[in-house]
Design a protein around this ligand. Sequence first.
Ligand SMILES: *Cc1c(COP(=O)(O)O)cnc(C)c1O
Length: 386
Amino acid sequence: MSFIPYSRQEVSDDDVSAVVRALRSDFLTQGARIPEFETLFALRHEVAHAVSVSSATAGLHIACLALGIGRGSRVWTSPNSFLASANCALYCGATIDFVDIDPATRNMSIERLAEKLELASADRQLPDLVIPVDFAGLPADLREMRLLADRYGFRILEDASHATGAEYLGKPVGSRYADASVFSFHAVKVITTAEGGMVTTNEAGLDRQLRLLRSHGMVRELEQLEHESPGPWYYEQQVLGFNYRMTDVQAALGSSQLLRLDEMQGRRSQLALQYDQLLQDLPVIRPARLPDRASAWHLYAIEIKEESSRQSRAEVFKRMRDAGIGVNVHYIPIHLQPYYARQGFHRGQFPASERYYQRAISLPLFPALTLEQQQRVVATLGEAVR
Ligand SMILES: *Cc1c(COP(=O)(O)O)cnc(C)c1O
């Protein structure tokens, strides 16, 4: 039987036409399609500013810098995430620490965060920045985090890489509570530009810093120059920036994908509901659903209940892969990586994320997945756990 991948991009004929039009236009980089994609994204996410970048990793890096993170800063994130959520702090010379997850949501636990802040406050070691992650597309507890941020004086950078199109308290993710939010358009994510990302913020000052940092720290606009312009060729470097720009070709794909976000999101939600029903009688824990937020359903991650399943996660994983089912594991806790172990982190420090990792499996989920394929996934899982 054919292999079912865990994720697959959805590229339509309209997407292909949009990319071809961009390729045949006068600009492959920095044409009109970049501001167009940014405007569309900002409108859809009900936020004042959206800055496109070459990847979410690049976005996290310059968002940290724009938020003032540098040598000596302290940054905290969730261990249950992709490496980039922590690496971005280290790129800036900051130190990183983690806050364990809430096993119910698999997102950063607000209780653990509050406890750790209280201790850090007594030791004068409060973080400058906290990076919550909307794991699998389920928004983190941002309202509660905002209350803590205002009380303890840290800033919030939301890693919304999984959460394009998710909703939190009736508003799109990226529109409020966080100082800035970062989205990923990597091919496996909810919408794609092959590689790419977006940073959203409501602060004009952050928007300006992000635009400077993504393009060499360079400006051309007369009203932004520090020196007097000697002529129309003139440009100025004002800070140390990077080349983290998205191309016009990618932006064409992004805008075209964004037009179908609601449709693709609807399909993902429907598939998630079907999984919920199909998995009812198996010894697995299904993803949490919370009444005040809607997941983007980037992933459908379950946990094998090892007390009632005869097989370990490793065995279940192997049996499913052998049966042609592209299961995956999200995530190996970041602090357990050899690189992070060398920074002094060790097993047992963030037990909820470690326990979750021991039992986690992500099932295939993408808009073109069929009910028949889902039934095959669940039937194979049913045999594997017995
Ligand atoms: C995918 C991902 C990233 C990195 O995204 P890129 O666009 O590939 O750089 C960062 N954080 C999380 C949580 C992700 O899943």
